[in-house]
Write a protein that binds this ligand. Structure first.
Ligand code: NI
Length: 169
């Protein structure tokens, strides 16, 4: 947080199934794995392209969240499917040591492309929908603290949750 590259609108990917795109995605997956996040957006490693990855089998920090399929999503477009908003805690690998309560659409459809250019089209809800909204925000230069409505619900992870580690991307 504070790096100008996190505040810019990332560009659409126009060429799929290329060694460059595959190398970017491999780098992102390795970064997310090492930092133990559940999602990551390309601008977080300094690349201004509309590429996000997310997914996990289980998260120690979100034991009730259930799994989210490991996904590479390119040029995502989000469509809320109801008016329902959920407010839950989020963190971010680019905002280390902090967490805040963020309102997000509960029901969401997202479309985009996979690394080969094949269409992705999913209808999701809850934590899965939250992760996609968080990561797609990164492509538009939005960090989750900008969406915290009640700043009393924003603070240091180790103070708020003494027994939990970092998560998200
Ligand atoms: Ni993030």
């Amino acid at each position: 947080m504070g790096d100008a590259r996190l505040l810019q609108r990332a560009r659409e990917v126009v060429r799929f199934d290329t060694p460059e795109l595959d190398a970017l995605i491999a780098d992102m997956k390795e970064t997310m794995r090492v930092l133990d996040g559940v999602g990551l957006a390309a601008p977080q490693i300094g690349v201004g392209l509309r590429v996000v990855i997310f997914g996990f089998v289980s998260s120690a920090r979100y034991p009730g969240a259930g799994s989210v399929p490991c996904t590479v999503l390119i040029n995502p477009v989000l469509e809320p499917l109801s008016e329902e908003i959920e407010t839950e805690w989020e963190g971010c690998l680019s905002v280390p040591g902090l967490r805040g309560e963020v309102p997000r659409w509960r029901h969401l459809r997202y479309v985009g492309r996979d690394p080969r250019g094949q269409r992705v089209d999913r209808t999701v809800e809850g934590f899965h929908a939250r992760v996609v909204q968080h990561e797609t925000d990164h492509l538009d230069g939005v960090l989750y603290p900008m969406r915290v409505k009640d700043m009393r619900r924003f603070g240091f992870t180790d103070v708020l949750f003494p027994d939990q580690a970092e998560t998200f991307g």
